[in-house]
Ligand binder design. Sequence first.
Ligand code: SF4
Length: 464
Amino acid sequence: MADVRQEQPRQTAVWRPRAAMVPRARLPVPPAPGKPGEVWPVLPQPSEWRASFPLPTWMAALDQVASRPAQGLAIGIHLPLCAQRCAYCAHDVVATGDGSAVDRYLDALEIELELAASILGTRRELLRLHVGGGTPNLLDDAQLGRLVERVERHFRWPADAESSIDCDPRRSSRAQLALLRALGFRHLRFGMADLDPGVQAGSGRLQSRALVAEAVLAAQQAGFDSVALDLVCGLPGQDTARLAATLEALQRIGPDRIRCLRYVHDPARYPGQRAVPCDAVSLAAEVDAAFAFAARALQAAGYLPVGDGWFVLDGDPWLEARATGTLRRWLHGYASGSAADTLGFGPGRISAAGAVLARNEPLRGEWERRLRDGRLPVVAAHHRGALEARLHAAADHLFAYHELPRALLGDGLEAIWDAIGAHAADGWVARAPDRLRVTAEGCGHLPELARPLVARAARPLQPA
Ligand code: SF4
């Protein structure tokens, strides 16, 4: 195997977050339409990273992780493969019905796990594990077992680790859910998008309400600690009445958690979206309006906001963690407990170790090539400065705790305090002398509230 510390000769890939978002929903447009986009759970945002030598930067960070063998880790594993591509999809995934393609992908993933483990030196304990996609339950039983075996070969996966997996309800069965639970996954999240047949036809993803309800019930009966459903806000044809009907149906289905996502429309990057009709002028505001509508409806139905579009029922462990000050926002949602270095596996995955952020090569073929050459596939990295770390901590706290203590922001960032505090006029925050508190209405606008933090982290070289 080649030296994993060898810097790759090619240019560092430039990666930018998804740009515009497009809906056709006929929802009330807010008076001051914003275009916040999604806020990545890291600051600075990946488009701002500027390490000249990403791989050596990341290798030095991994050496630091290796020097702390008693500390638990978090890992995220990406499986960008689906049975078919939904028209609205804004992910870099490949549609395949070929089991050997899955095996080849797992071969590369195993190399990446092995390379990381060889640098870390010991079989490190996992605090958190997320397997996302794509469609992880595209894998057959043997492939799922193989994936878990390889993870456990390199990491200790205790039964109480926060472990979660994304699934497509159209591919799940009671037997598969029982297997996933037996393999050690504690939390399960189903993709869904919308339950209205008209919206489904426009977005290219068909699944009946009965199928989704049966999948959620089966997962709950299989013993998962939580079962979540994803709702996409701002899909074409998703007017107020249809969205309200879907939200009502969701209540009856009764998932433990619901994740509201904003529709992202970028047909230049995702050609399948050319089939999705939209009005580019009003789309961002309409997506935001749909999201805010869903946030209000879910809160009225008893689902409480966490952050990043997550809504949970009363008694959820995330709410208990928030009450005790132990709720953590991490790259794949929320968790209770201590902060952890996070390693991402798969094309485009983000890692965070100490003050260093890194991102893998996003193109699957190139990611695989690097691994088959025995090289870690990191192509972008960034060493966070003190100011950036402060901004990142403030954003995490805002999303997880729905407040911004003045002390957390610190000196020199008064303009940010004022900019976020100005949303008191929208009813999104309440001002107190020592903190800004996000209101119930403001919980549907966390990305907009965080925008001054994101913007300030985009120019870290200027003094605070
Ligand atoms: S929306 Fe989800 S299931 Fe559909 S193609 Fe994209 S990743 Fe796959």
